[in-house]
Design a protein around this ligand. Structure first.
Ligand code: UT7
Length: 309
C-alpha cells in the first residue's frame, strides 16, 4: 500500500464545441475514413479554458458530498495553463473557496497520474484532496497540421480523494519514468504549436507504457489478470489496443473514450474514469490500472484499489 484513501467523487467537463472529421476534411488533406482507421477518432470536443473546464470537472466530482472546507489541496495536471502564473489551481481554488495548497503539475499526457501520486500526502486522515486533469490542447495545436490537429481536443476530469488510514483502498502501486534524448519527438515551444513525430511516439509509447504497467502491477502485487479496469491515456485507439494486447487485458476491461473526445492530454484519464463510473464500471473494490504516457517521453502508471467513500 502506497497511500490509503477512498474516492468521494469523480467528475468531468465537456468542452463546449464538437469538431468532426468531416470538418477537418475541409481544412487539410485528410479523410474521415483515414482518421477513424488510424486513430479511432470520429470527433473531438474543443473550446473553453483550462481553469473553467477544470472548475466544472471539480464541481461535478464534489457534487453535494464535498464542501470547500473539506478540501486541503487542489492539484491540477496541465500543460496548457491559461496563464503562466499564477497556477491554474489557484484560479480554481478562488472559485470554489479553498485556501489550502493549490498548485499545477506538468508532465504532459502523463500528468494526471503523476499529479495523483504527488497529491496523496495531502490526503490526511479524514481530509480531502482534489486532483484535476485539464487541458485545452487546441490552444497549442496548429489547426492545419494533419499530424496533430486530427488527434487533439480539450476537456477536464477530476477525482476527490479522502484520506483514510483504515481502508485497504487507495494507491497500491505505481511506476514513473522518462526516456532521455526524446525531447524532439513531441514538443511545443512557448507561444508556439506542437510538433510530433507520430510514428516514433507511437512505438515508444506502447513499449514504455506496457513495461511501466508491468512494474506498477508488480509493485502492487497484482497480475494483469487481476485488473478489473484498464484506463489508459487516450492517445490513439491503436495504442490502447496494442497496450491492452501486450498486457493480456481483454477489451471488455478497457475504457475507451477517444472516438468522441479525442486526445485531451492530462484530462483523458480522469474523464475516462468519470465515464466508467457513470456506466457502473467501477464497483467498490475494483482494481484499476491507470496508464499515462506522452511528451518527454514520460510515463506514469498507477494501480488503485477503488473504494468509494
Ligand atoms: O498523447 C501524446 C502522445 N501522442 C501519441 O501517442 C500519438 C502517437 N502517434 C499517432 O497516433 C500516429 O502516429 C498518428 C495518428 C499521428 C499518425 O498515424 P500513423 O499510422 O503513424 O501514420 P504515418 O505518420 O505513418 O503516415 C502514414 C501515411 C503517410 O502517407 P504515405 O507516406 O504512406 O503515403 C502519411 O503521409 O498516412 C499519411 N497521413 C495522413 N493521411 C491522411 C498522415 N497523416 C494523415 C492524415 N490524413 N491526417
Amino acid at each position: 500500500m502506497r497511500a490509503p484513501f477512498r474516492i468521494t467523487g469523480v467528475g468531468a467537463a465537456l468542452a463546449p464545441d464538437t469538431l468532426t472529421n468531416a470538418q477537418l476534411e475541409g481544412r487539410m488533406e485528410t479523410t474521415d475514413e483515414w482518421i477513424r482507421e488510424r486513430t479511432g477518432i470520429r470527433e473531438r470536443r474543443t473550446g473553453g479554458t483550462t481553469a473553467g473546464l477544470g472548475l466544472d470537472a471539480l464541481r461535478s466530482a464534489m457534487g453535494e458530498r464535498v464542501s470547500a472546507a473539506d478540501l486541503d489541496a487542489i492539484v491540477v495536471a496541465t500543460s496548457t495553463p491559461d496563464e503562466v502564473i499564477p497556477a491554474t489551481a489557484t484560479s480554481i481554488a478562488v472559485e470554489v473557496g479553498v485556501d489550502g495548497a493549490a498548485f499545477d503539475l506538468n508532465a504532459a499526457c502523463s500528468g494526471f497520474v503523476a499529479a495523483l501520486v504527488a497529491a496523496t500526502p495531502f490526503a490526511a486522515p479524514g481530509r480531502s484532496v482534489a486532483v484535476i486533469g485539464s487541458d485545452v490542447m487546441t490552444s497549442i495545436t496548429d489547426p492545419g497540421d494533419r499530424g496533430t490537429a486530427i488527434l487533439f481536443g480539450d476537456g477536464a476530469g477530476a477525482l476527490v480523494l479522502l484520506g483514510d488510514p483504515a481502508t485497504d483502498g487507495g494507491l497500491i502501486g505505481f511506476d514513473a519514468g522518462n526516456r532521455p534524448g526524446t525531447h524532439d519527438l513531441l514538443h511545443c515551444p512557448r507561444g508556439g504549436t506542437i510538433s510530433m513525430q507520430g510514428q516514433a511516439v507511437f512505438r515508444l509509447a506502447v513499449r514504455a507504457a506496457a513495461d511501466s504497467a508491468l512494474r506498477a502491477l508488480e509493485d502492487a502485487g497484482v497480475t494483469a489478470e487481476g485488473v478489473d479496469l484498464f484506463v489508459p491515456h487516450q492517445a490513439n485507439q491503436r495504442i490502447t489496443d496494442a497496450l491492452a494486447a501486450r498486457l493480456g487485458i481483454g477489451a471488455d476491461r478497457v475504457v475507451s473514450t477517444i472516438a468522441t473526445l479525442g486526445n485531451s492530454s492530462a484530462a483523458t484519464i480522469p474523464h475516462a474514469l468519470a465515464t466508467a463510473a457513470a456506466d457502473g464500471r467501477l464497483p467498490d473494490g475494483s482494481i484499476v490500472l491507470l496508464s499515462g504516457f506522452g511528451a518527454g517521453m514520460s510515463w506514469a502508471t498507477a494501480v488503485l484499489r477503488w473504494r468509494w467513500a
